[in-house]
Design a protein around this ligand. Structure first.
Ligand code: PEP
Ligand code: MN
Length: 340
């Protein structure tokens, strides 16, 4: 349930309405829009539903709206204003489309520093790199662990790019928090509710990847776990879903972008690398994502994809990445956006 205050409602009126509602044992999240304030009610709203008409008569109240979706805090009904997630001076969710790029896995200091410099020069604003890797086989490279986190931090020091890295379980959260600017929740963990709560408690920016067999509603319910813990800095990432088509690693659900933008106020990111599994499809799919309305992209780039310890087949070389970046501004301009 949300209370929409009148455009000219005074601060005293807003506070009086908020405390009247909080006396019913629920919590209020206040959203300050350009013209109006909105009071989102979190918790058991049943007693308030019965009082709806009285609430509507309180001074300064314009209307009361019930949220029809099972996800509340994540819904656009709750917050019609686009959420902008700020990460060390980089804003995600505004006019500018933010590109995150880097290797699938951190493999060495040279590999990460070299990649960070190259992607920055081509226009990326955030550095990606996995230090702990969720691999299908237990015999595959599992990541460098804390040493990998230190390397990412060093690359940030050198280039100024904030760092995003995956957190696979809550035991590793404290150590990752020492280094990461954005916590990545991988597709395989989208419904790990204990982990979602744990990252929700941190207040740290979170990139939530869609499970490969999850619906958009399930994804928004997962975002709701993080938001319900008081962490509003959540981004949603479409990274392809599993379909019957074997040519690509996954199938990018391009309509997920406008659907998520319609249902939610949270920034939407596309990962064209895991969506396709093939480097030569990354640029065209990225352009499709930009034209569909993404707020950001997360792209795998490696100095020598053929030698990568993970996901080489879908990783762009530096020159492929910079060529792709050059092609994006015209697509972004066509839909009223800019590449950040
Ligand atoms: C990754 O980003 O390298 C990764 C493992 O992604 P996903 O969780 O989408 O498979
Ligand atoms: Mn990968």
């Amino acid at each position: 349930m949300v209370v929409i205050m009148k455009a000219g409602a005074s601060e005293e009126q807003i506070e009086a309405v908020a405390s009247h509602i909080e006396d019913r044992g629920v919590k209020i999240r206040r959203i300050v829009g350009e013209y109006q304030s909105i009071l989102g009610i979190v918790g058991d709203v049943a007693p308030l539903v019965a009082e709806r008409e009285q609430l509507e008569r309180l001074d300064g109240v314009e209307s009361i709206v019930r949220i029809s979706k099972p996800f509340k805090l994540a819904s656009r009904e709750f917050n019609p204003v686009d959420t902008i997630v700020s990460v060390n001076g980089v804003s995600i969710g505004g006019k500018e489309i933010v590109v995150m790029a880097g290797p699938c896995s951190v493999e060495s200091r040279e590999q990460v520093v070299e990649t960070a410099k190259a992607v920055k020069a081509a226009g990326a604003k955030i550095l990606r790199g996995g230090a702990y890797k969720p691999r299908t086989s237990p015999y595959s490279f599992q990541g460098m662990g804390e040493e990998g986190l230190r390397i990412l931090a060093e690359a940030r020091e050198i280039t100024g790019l904030p760092v995003i890295t995956e957190v696979m379980d809550q035991q590793m959260l404290p150590i990752i928090l020492e280094y990461a600017d954005i916590l990545q929740i991988g597709a395989r963990n989208m419904q790990n509710y204990t982990l979602l709560r744990a990252v929700g408690e941190t207040g740290h920016p979170v990139l939530l990847k869609r499970g490969m067999m999850s619906t958009l509603e399930e994804m928004l319910m997962s975002a709701e776990y993080i938001l319900a813990c008081g962490n509003e800095r959540v981004m949603l990432c479409e990274r392809g879903i599993r379909t019957f088509e074997p040519y690509t690693r996954n199938t990018l659900d391009i309509s997920a972008v406008p659907v998520l933008k319609e249902l939610s106020h949270l920034p939407v990111i596309v990962d064209p690398s895991h969506a396709t599994g093939r480097w030569n499809l990354v640029a065209p799919v990225t352009r499709a994502a930009v034209s569909a309305g993404v707020d950001g992209l997360i792209v795998e780039v490696h100095p020598q994809p053929a030698k990568a310890l993970s996901d080489g087949a879908q990783s762009l070389t530096f020159s492929n990445f910079s060529e792709m970046m050059t092609s994006l501004p015209v697509v972004a301009a066509a839909v009223g956006r800019r590449i950040g």
